[in-house]
Design a protein around this ligand. Structure first.
Ligand SMILES: Nc1ncnc2c1ncn2[C@@H]1O[C@H](COP(=O)(O)OP(=O)(O)OP(=O)(O)O)[C@@H](O)[C@H]1O
Length: 210
């Protein structure tokens, strides 16, 4: 069964349809690569699927229900801008989110430490986000998504800032989430990332390409 399903999605910005009649779905354990030229609408589609952008047309269903409240919390969106709090440390960024979703302080601390370790950021756990490089901040954003153990991970070019070694590490960690049943949608310009997914969805000028 589809875990997340976007039906006939359309989105207008400044009178222009930047997405037009796009239907896309992903099942539990599936890894989908979202590809297409710059400006083709990949980030917009991820925002719609995550429930943070309201579609002009169409709807998004999570396990058959509208994406709101608790259902939205089961979807992690890794943004290109990372969405981190710059004045908190790496571990605090994750702990804050885990607290807010019901983890005890001890559990939040342990889970944050594990997640940072898993993306190679163990030694940077107590560093302020501002003091980390762009690539390290991107891995923090990935660690945050992993720590939440969401049902769906939507990631916007999650390896774009990584060197080859860390690119493979991030990709391994994300793809492994599918083994525990998570659904993944990875927007990417990297053919090797797309090759490691189960299926490719291509956008071209706001429409699904054949
Ligand atoms: N808030 C906005 N205001 C105006 N135009 C926007 C806005 N958001 C997106 N767009 C436009 O919508 C189109 C799709 O943008 P989007 O960021 O979704 O593309 P993308 O495929 O993710 O690109 P990239 O690969 O460069 O990240 C672009 O033409 C962009 O300029």
């Amino acid at each position: 069964m589809d875990i997340l399903c976007g039906q006939n999605l359309g989105h207008v910005v400044d009178g222009r349809w930047i997405l037009d009649d796009v239907s896309v779905s992903v099942t539990a354990g599936e890894r989908v690569a979202l590809i297409g030229p710059s400006g083709s609408g990949k980030s917009t589609l991820l925002g719609l699927l995550a429930g943070i952008i309201r579609p002009t047309q169409g709807r998004v269903l999570f396990r058959g229900e509208p994406v709101d409240g608790d259902r939205r919390r089961q979807i992690a969106l890794i943004l290109q801008g990372y969405g981190l709090v710059s004045l908190l440390t790496a571990e605090e960024n994750i702990e804050v989110v885990l607290h807010a979703t019901g983890h005890s302080p001890a559990e939040a601390r342990r889970t944050a430490a594990e997640a940072l370790e898993t993306v190679g950021l163990g030694p940077f756990a107590t560093h302020l986000t501002d003091q980390l490089s762009g690539g390290q901040q991107q891995r923090m954003a990935v660690a945050l998504a992993l720590a939440r153990r969401p049902a769906v991970i939507l990631a916007d070019e999650p390896t774009a800032e990584q060197d080859p070694v860390h690119r493979d590490l991030v990709l391994d960690r994300l793809l492994a989430q599918a083994d525990r049943g998570a659904a993944l949608v990875l927007a990417t310009h990297d053919p090797e990332v797309a090759d490691r997914c189960d299926r490719i969805v291509r956008l071209d000028d706001g429409r699904l390409a054949a």
